[in-house]
Design a protein around this ligand. Structure first.
Ligand code: 5MM
Length: 352
């Protein structure tokens, strides 16, 4: 029976005060999280789009330009890194993690190891890998400076079973439980994909189910919600849906769904962008914060919606670094405003 928190293994305690402090800092109004944790395969897709070769040096140069963009980094509370990056050094020998810290942001680490098909569930359903050996990796990441981690579960709203949903929610809870054992704040990311042709109400229903199951599993595994940041999708129709939704509808349905599922003790919600256009991802976040009336801080944890513009501006050329940093500053500033409900479309026209 649940009730009394059982003694923990490992370090034998949960430093809730420290976890809570980090979680609150990650979602501080005016700032948000830069998801720069593309695995080698994902960054290849991004680099292919700008005709840049996917080499270790190019990955380093690209990420270094963001972490050295001091003005843009003022709007960044934390950076999610891929394993390669957390050990990498800048061209001048400075560890990239130090550049992030010097910019006033918190380093974080993606600890999931991608997905694999879940045998016995619906064909095509995926489950996230990476629990094996995680207890050995987490203390090393902490030593290297990581104060938070990320694990992404992937749910296709047009192809899911309870078995798949449960396996993913349980893995998220196992991961979160381990992170807290090692004084690392878990970002819990159950992503309901936005790529199909489903309508907005299907996204709502599936997201509600996924979130309810995820919080149930977190509860069973005694995860302290004060030391967690949730990274959900917004409630949008699939990209191929015949009927798209207005900014107001997305904002209202997202708030309603989260209010129905997320305990108020969670310090903050940092959304993924999921392939929305840069401006829409900003507009949706801003509108939600403008409406308000929820107990958590709401900010961004965007990958594509923060990086598409700087990637294009950079295009792999050293002479474009300043241009790329300006594009990054613009998007970071727009999203920083959105995290306070203060973004307006007119501001997009102003150069960074
Ligand atoms: C930056 O991309 C992250 C890592 O993806 P892979 O494991 O597929 O390489 C991804 O988890 C990302 O953090 C989230 O999907 C949010 O990014 P978007 O682009 O949806 O805002």
């Amino acid at each position: 029976m649940r009730g009394v928190r059982p003694a923990k293994t490992g370090r034998g305690h949960v430093n809730l005060e420290a976890l809570n402090k980090v979680a609150i800092a990650m979602v501080e109004p005016g700032r948000g999280i830069l998801a720069a944790d593309e695995s080698t395969g994902t960054i290849k897709k991004r680099f292919d789009a700008i005709s840049v070769e996917n080499t270790e040096d190019n990955r380093r140069d690209y990420r270094e330009l963001m972490f050295r963009a001091a003005e843009a980094m003022k709007y960044v509370s934390g950076v999610i890194l891929f394993d390669e990056t957390i050990w990498q050094k800048a061209k001048d020998g400075a560890p990239l993690v130090k550049l992030i810290e010097q910019a006033g942001a918190i380093p974080g680490i993606k600890v999931d190891e991608g997905t694999r098909p879940l045998h016995g569930a619906k064909p095509g359903e995926l489950v996230t890998k990476g629990l094996d050996g995680l207890d050995k990796r987490l203390p090393k990441y902490y030593e290297q400076g990581a104060r938070f981690a990320k694990w992404r579960a992937v749910i296709d709203p047009t192809n899911l079973s309870y078995a798949g949903l449960l396996a993913n929610a349980h893995a998220l809870a196992r991961y979160a439980n381990l992170c807290q054992e090692f004084d690392i704040v878990p970002i819990v990311e159950p992503e309901v994909l936005m790529d199909a042709d489903n309508d907005i109400d299907t996204t709502y229903a599936v997201t509600e189910w996924v979130l309810k199951e995820t919080f149930q599993q977190l509860y069973y595994l005694n995860v302290a919600l004060e030391g967690v940041v949730l990274k959900p999708n917004m409630i949008v129709p699939g990209k191929k849906a015949a009927k798209q939704a207005s900014v107001d509808e997305v904002a209202e349905k997202t708030i309603k769904c989260l209010k129905a599922c997320v305990p108020s003790v969670v310090p903050g919600i940092a959304f993924l962008s999921g392939g929305q256009s840069d401006e829409l991802a900003t507009a949706h976040l801003s509108r939600m914060n403008e409406i308000g009336g929820f107990p958590w801080k709401m900010t961004f944890s965007y990958g594509r919606a923060l990086q598409a513009a700087p990637q294009k501006a950079w295009s792999g050329k050293a002479e474009n670094v300043a241009k790329a940093q300006a594009a990054f500053l613009h998007r970071a500033r727009m999203n920083g405003l959105a995290s306070k409900g203060e973004w307006k479309p007119d501001l997009e026209k102003q150069a960074a």
